[in-house]
Design a binder for this molecule. Sequence first.
Ligand SMILES: [Zn+2]
Length: 268
Amino acid sequence: MDRFTPDDRTDRPVLGAIRGTAGTLIVDGGASPAHLAAFVAELVAHDRPPIVGIALTHWHWDHSFGSAALDVPVIASEQTAAGVAVQAGYSWDEAAIRQRVDDGLELAFSLPHLLEEFTEDQRTSLRIVVPQITFAESHQVDLGDTTVELRWVGGDHAYDSIVIWEPEDRVLFLGDALYQCLWGDPVYLTVAGTRALLERLAPFDPAFALESHDPDVADAATYAMRLDELRRACDLVEQDGDDALRLAPDHGGEWFVENVEQLLSAPR
Ligand SMILES: [Zn+2]
């Protein structure tokens, strides 16, 4: 497994590369062709096996707008492909993006990142690749000595989120699945969405887990703690309602308190 670390200047997420004897599968298309091309240059410099495909974790622009850098199939869930297709139908000049922000179709959060990641010329001539290989709930990619599994998990961040699982080294790419819904002010998590997500993640026991906007790779213990904190935040909110925020600092650290806050911010 190779990894390109995230860069929060333009919200570039982690890019991954899972290599087997039959080829290399790229995890996420990246924020722009320049982003993906920079990763591919690193892989070439390190003599990695030929790239056989790009798998998308969800449709958000920072994970899907770079796919055109490579002439390989893009693999995604049907829901992700539909989400990318909507984006491919939009104009990407600055005025059009600003209009969509006003109309509630684009996050205000994304605007400065989109302006920073691309020049106006690059953005307006961008070829957004709609995934050609799609699946409903799960899909396998045979890389020879390992078979990678793509499995839908959903969650509050994006309804279409999948995880990407490499079973030999037990590496789990989580994309943005554990993150909050950004389409609210304030941003929020729901108890139901979080519990359903935790249930769908239960079959996986990673030795390494990667979240797309976290520069660190979590080991098994850190990942288990992360999920446990989400579970306990749901418990506290269900037991104590609005009181949970006052009680939260007694039950966990800064991130735990943030989860409780976001669970309490869910539209009711
Ligand atoms: Zn996202």
